[in-house]
Design a protein around this ligand. Structure first.
Ligand SMILES: [Zn+2]
Length: 493
């Protein structure tokens, strides 16, 4: 099928201001970019008058499963969030996974995301039904996704040296009773999932997410590395997200988390480190040397008080930087425009010189081209150019922050919150237009999400009560570790 997108102002953020031109799309790809009014034969016409057409945004780190737990985060830091995780993200069946992922995907689409890296967990190990439910959700709405089962073979409680020991009975026994499957079991299940992957990989592809380095034994990390190599898929992990993690890593690995991952051979261009707030200079050199990506998640880092990632330093080191929203319990809104804006703004906190602040162009590049690389889609997405997929966002040029149009990149990054979106297209197919989802029954989804969230309050109640008994001990122990540690020294040795 051939489409002719006419009358729009096309923005290629890396090539300066927008220009008036028409796009010829064939079988979902941009076949040609032509001057306005150029005749194109046998094409279905898409009117983009008064529209700014920009590349679809790419979200490099999210957890769709948490969309049903929205609003539950009571000023938690990362450790309290991880403590709450068993009830917050647990007791899920494939139907719940499907609805949660679809609710999240719908919000991403409405806010201009055309691709996302979704890490989701099942307890005690991933299941084929669970992974396929999440993949089906993205497939049904029609957006691109990388689906990574999030796994560990040590629980949060087992992963922090000394934590279980300070817990009094019977709390200690309860916390110690939360155990993941063996790494052999998780890996065997993932291998079977990968062997049977039924989705079109140009739209939905698998990856692996051993969640946090010190939550995984070396045997598990090595097995994930080998499985990812066997199937040529991506690996994503939460790395140096909180100060506490950066303190615990050397106690578990005798080195920083990144040095440990490098030693075990996990770092490669297919590796994405999420957050990376507490990476030292040597960590950044290692990530750069191995061609890795970092997903910078500033909304979540602020909400959890994790800190401000040193993104300028990452870019200078040569790391591919992408941007993620993280989950609905850590960012509250899955709005990548907002995360991109915050990425630009928080760089002003970590850098004194305005020469070192992230520019709007760099922030938008990370939210498009950087994300495309982290997700493994390369130059197929993230930019408007001949040969790339037609993953496009149509903004209303008469919307407040875009009037009058001076510098579109500045105005989008610093002013746009997604309100100007009039259309979102993936591979030439319109998924959302003029306030309506075209590929899913959104009102029905809302009803299902409400009803399942209500059910979950009941099915997770006893787990929640138990885990709330751990909370003060976890909070006190972890903040004690941070308080007793020497100041973070990023410029090392
Ligand atoms: Zn995360």
């Amino acid at each position: 099928m051939r489409q002719h997108i006419v009358g729009g102002l096309v923005l290629q953020p890396d090539d300066g201001p927008g220009r008036s031109c028409d796009l010829v799309v064939e079988d979902g790809r941009i076949k040609d970019i032509v001057p306005p009014q150029t005749p194109v034969a046998d094409a279905c016409r898409v009117d983009a008058t008064e529209r700014l057409i920009m590349p679809g945004l790419v979200n490099a780190h999210t957890h769709g499963q948490m969309s049903l737990s929205r609003g539950m985060n009571e000023n938690w830091n990362l450790e309290l969030l991880l403590n709450a995780f068993p009830w917050l993200g647990g007791r899920r069946n494939p139907e719940i996974h499907y609805v949660a992922a679809l609710l999240s995907a719908a919000e991403l689409v409405r806010k201009g995301c055309t691709a996302a890296y979704d890490l989701f967990s099942e307890f005690p190990a991933p299941t084929r039904e669970g992974v396929e439910a999440v993949a089906r959700a993205y497939n049904d709405i029609g957006m691109r996704a990388v689906i990574a089962p999030m796994m560990a073979d040590r629980s949060f409680y087992q992963s922090i040296p000394g934590l279980l020991e300070v817990m009094p009975e019977p709390v200690r026994k309860e916390a110690d009773g939360i155990r993941f499957a063996s790494h052999q079991e998780s890996i065997a299940r993932c291998r079977s999932i990968l062997q049977n992957w039924a989705f079109d990989r140009t739209l939905i592809r698998p990856a692996l997410a051993p969640t946090i380095p010190h939550h995984c034994t070396d045997e598990f990390l090595i097995a994930c590395r080998d499985l990812a190599n066997d199937y040529e898929i991506g690996l994503q992990m939460h790395v140096a997200e909180s100060r506490m993690q950066s303190i615990v890593a050397p106690r578990v690995h005798n080195s920083t988390a990144v040095s440990h991952l490098a030693k075990l051979g996990l770092l490669s261009p297919k590796f994405t480190a999420a957050h990376g707030v507490w990476l030292d200079d040597n960590d950044m050199s290692l990530l750069a040397e191995h061609g890795c990506s970092v997903s910078h998640n500033p909304t979540s880092n602020l909400r959890l008080g994790s800190g401000v990632a040193r993104v300028r330093r990452m870019l200078t080191a040569g790391i591919n930087v992408a941007i993620g929203t993280d989950a609905a319990v850590t960012s509250d809104t899955l709005n990548l425009f907002e995360a991109i804006r915050l990425a630009a703004l928080v760089s002003r906190l970590s850098e004194r010189s305005n020469q070192l602040w992230l520019s709007a162009r760099e922030a938008l590049h990370a939210g498009t081209v950087g994300g495309a690389k982290a997700l493994g889609f390369g130059s197929d997405i993230g930019a408007i150019k001949v040969g790339a997929m037609a993953d496009l966002v149509f903004l209303d040029l008469s919307s407040g922050p875009l009037v009058p149009l001076g510098n579109p990149v500045n105005q989008i990054v610093y002013g746009e919150d997604g309100s100007a979106i009039k259309g979102v297209m993936v591979a030439g197919k319109m998924l959302y237009e003029n306030g309506k989802h075209l590929t899913i029954d959104y009102p029905n989804l809302v009803q299902r999400a409400r009803s399942l969230a209500e059910d979950l309050i009941g099915t997770t109640a006893s787990l929640k009560t138990m885990i709330e008994r751990f909370q003060p001990i976890v909070g006190q122990y972890c903040s004690g570790l941070v308080a007793d540690a020497p100041a973070f020294e990023p410029h090392v040795h």
